[in-house]
Design a protein. Structure first.
Length: 363
């Protein structure tokens, strides 16, 4: 039977049985031939998973050459699965791609290892995310890049390496630490795969205590050029927040803020890290941002910045101009968006009742 050409992973009834069989052979100290014989009854309807377990066994025996041949057949079989949106498939693929990355690295196939780890990260991304289409705010400086987003109806994402908080995105700090472990061949390609994450920060419409985020003076000062910039209110579609293509995934995540008196339970010396913790945890001092984070993973796109086009179901709802925003900038933005009649325009102003409170008026 030609197992490499099949795209069958396993039926829903069989994974537990196959794993129990595999564990039984390993526990009893069986040989590779013993395992092949024990798993042969599953080959007809779970051929790729059988080959995955055989490759796993060989890797434990440090027979990486033969393990590489087997896991390559599995990967080639997975490539024929065209529906990347099925969660069942993604949960199945995660350990397979993880094992492939480790086997390839130990067989000195570092390019193949990095690609496998990229697919591993893609699968992890597809399993998580808010997936809710609430309205969100983006505070922007007025420049060619923010205008380009408006002109081209795009969202620009960036590598966490260029962000203002060096402790943001602990995943990369963990990776930097792990790269010092030269005795583990898979560390470098694994960490290289982490570099393909790109993010974009948004704020919810209201703070944790129910106040309007668009009136937050710190947000205007820190992210909108000291009130000379503007703020965009977006409404993203469910489809946009669930982009799932072969080598591209987009998800929205809630930022978790670490309480002041509770140290983060993260040991950089540990050999693994939860990607959600690594991408979406910040110190409590940043809680005023009330952030929702767009996370994109697109390993075939290079560069610190790249743009993601909005789909037809996503739109700009409102534009808020900072109270220092020059009239010529306001007119430029309104002209750029003149073909989108649904957008409402406002400008921030000091409230007569409270000089430290910002309110908005139509513009």
């Amino acid at each position: 039977m030609d197992l490499a050409g099949s795209n069958v992973i396993f039926t829903t009834e069989t994974p537990k049985q196959i794993n129990e069989t595999y564990n039984g052979v390993v526990k009893n100290g069986g040989s590779f031939e013993d395992l092949k014989a024990a798993l042969s009854e599953y080959e007809e309807y779970s051929p790729l998973y059988v080959k995955y377990l055989l490759a796993k066994f060989l890797s434990f025996q440090r027979n990486f050459s033969e393990a590489s041949d087997l896991i390559t057949e599995v990967i080639q079989g997975l490539d024929s699965v065209v529906d990347y949106t099925i969660g069942f498939n993604q949960r199945t693929f995660v350990p397979i791609y993880g094992l492939a990355g480790e086997i390839y690295a130990n067989n000195n196939q570092f390019t193949e290892s990095q690609i496998a780890y990229q697919d591993y990260q893609l699968c992890l991304c597809r399993l998580k995310g808010l997936g809710q289409n609430e309205s969100l705010l983006s505070f922007r400086k007025y420049n060619e890049y923010s205008l380009s987003d408006l002109i081209n109806n795009e969202i620009t994402v960036c590598t966490p390496r260029v962000m203002n908080d060096p402790y943001d995105t602990l995943l990369l700090k963990w990776g930097d630490f792990m790269k010092g472990r030269k005795h583990k061949l898979h560390i470098q390609p694994f960490c290289n795969a982490l570099e393909s994450y790109r993010i974009r920060s948004f704020s919810h419409l209201s703070s944790k205590d129910g106040k309007e985020m668009v009136s937050n003076i710190l947000m205007w000062s820190h992210y909108a050029d000291q009130h000379y910039g503007f703020c965009v209110q977006y409404k993203f579609s469910d489809d946009f927040l669930k982009v799932t293509e072969e080598r591209r995934t987009v998800r929205m995540h809630e930022i978790q803020y670490q309480p002041e008196n509770e140290p983060l339970n993260l040991n950089l010396e540990e050999g693994s890290i939860d990607t959600t913790v690594g991408l979406c945890t910040k110190q409590h001092q940043w809680e005023y941002e009330n952030e929702a984070r767009l996370i994109a993973y697109e390993p075939d796109v290079e560069g610190a910045f790249h743009s993601i086009p909005l789909d037809e179901g996503s739109r700009i709802e409102k534009i808020y101009f900072g109270y220092r925003c020059p009239d010529k900038h306001i007119e430029t933005i309104k002209k750029i968006l003149s073909n989108q009649s649904q957008i409402k325009f406002y400008q921030m102003q000091s409230s007569p009742e409270d000089i430290y409170h910002l309110s908005s008026r139509e513009r």
